[in-house]
Design a protein around this ligand. Structure first.
Ligand SMILES: NC(=O)c1ccc[n+]([C@@H]2O[C@H](COP(=O)([O-])OP(=O)(O)OC[C@H]3O[C@@H](n4cnc5c(N)ncnc54)[C@H](OP(=O)(O)O)[C@@H]3O)[C@@H](O)[C@H]2O)c1
Length: 272
């Protein structure tokens, strides 16, 4: 396991709460880093691609004069999560806000995809997310405060043909977040689950997803999605779906029988 850490100190740095963002090397994670840096928070950026993390860290230090720690971690190795927590503790860094965002999807027929691909999704989207939440929620409980945002998906709200494992994994994230929202409230910890629809990040490429013309129309840029996530976490909401078209789709899912909304979603997401 390859680790690399780097800390930057500056006499003019703002001191504020620490935000840990997983999957900070692109997409939503990168945007969370920008928006929290703009608010003056100190950041711990976690992902595998070190060059991207370092470039982002440097930009944010220059632009916003915030402290940024880069942690190159492959979260699919669960042992690295505990070691990450230990390294941060040794440096005296206590995480006040956790953005549990790293994840990936894969589109295609369940039986055709290699089992390893399905299990790697389960490992990252479910096991690693659970471990990161567990480890940092324990620290937060000791301090009697903290905020945790879990990134689920609109696809968490229904089983989706050709996205079986991903939509099931995100349903887990949604339910975990809802349960922990109540469970951790008395410990002073807010848990919010964000369910974005298709957004313009690295997701579609990694998921080998066919972006249909309808989906392209519905695609959101990451900035407003992240703004909604941060606002909802600050407001202590349990769960949020960002963007009006996504909200309409969520209401359609909640208000119609499964055979109907599943058929419509299959149609919208079909490659041709
Ligand atoms: N974009 C969408 O349409 C959409 C919609 C709903 C939900 N989501 C969810 O949003 C979250 C963020 O995805 P995104 O859309 O921003 O896609 P993205 O641009 O592909 O970002 C994914 C991030 O996860 C990191 N990551 C992947 N595997 C990792 C691992 N093993 N260890 C550590 N980091 C890892 C990646 O960094 P490295 O490759 O550098 O490790 C990257 O920073 C995911 O949970 C995704 O399921 C996305």
């Amino acid at each position: 396991m390859n680790h690399n850490s780097d800390v930057y100190m500056h006499t003019q740095l703002k001191t504020s709460t620490w935000v840990l963002i997983t999957g900070a090397s692109s997409g939503f994670g990168e945007e969370f880093a920008r928006q929290y840096a703009k608010q003056g928070h100190a950041l711990v950026l976690v992902a595998r691609r070190l060059d991207r993390l370092q470039a982002l860290a440097e930009t944010l230090r220059q632009e916003y004069r915030v402290e940024v720690v880069v942690e190159q971690v492959d979260l699919s190795d669960l042992g690295t999560i505990v070691r990450l927590q230990e390294r941060l503790r040794e440096r005296g860094i206590a995480i006040d806000i956790l953005i549990n965002n790293a994840g990936h999807g894969l589109q295609g027929p369940f039986v055709d995809a290699p089992l390893g691909a399905a299990l790697s999704m389960v490992n990252l989207d479910i096991a690693s997310l659970t471990a990161v939440t567990h480890v940092f929620a324990q620290d937060m409980r000791k301090r009697g405060r903290g905020k945790i945002l879990l990134v689920a998906s609109l696809l968490a709200h229904l089983g989706v043909e050709n996205f079986a494992v991903y939509s099931a994994a995100k349903a887990y994230v949604l339910r975990l977040g809802e349960a922990l929202h109540r469970e951790l409230k008395s410990d002073g910890i807010t848990v919010t689950t964000l369910s974005p629809g298709l957004s313009d990040t690295g997701f579609a490429k990694t998921a080998q997803m066919k972006v249909t013309p309808v989906l392209r129309l519905l695609m959101m840029p990451p900035a407003p999605v992240v703004r909604v996530g941060i606002r909802s976490l600050d407001a202590g909401r349990m769960s949020v779906v960002p963007g009006l078209p996504n909200k309409v789709m969520a209401m359609f899912i909640w208000g119609t029988p499964r055979w109907l909304h599943q058929a419509v979603f299959s149609r919208v997401m079909k490659a041709q």
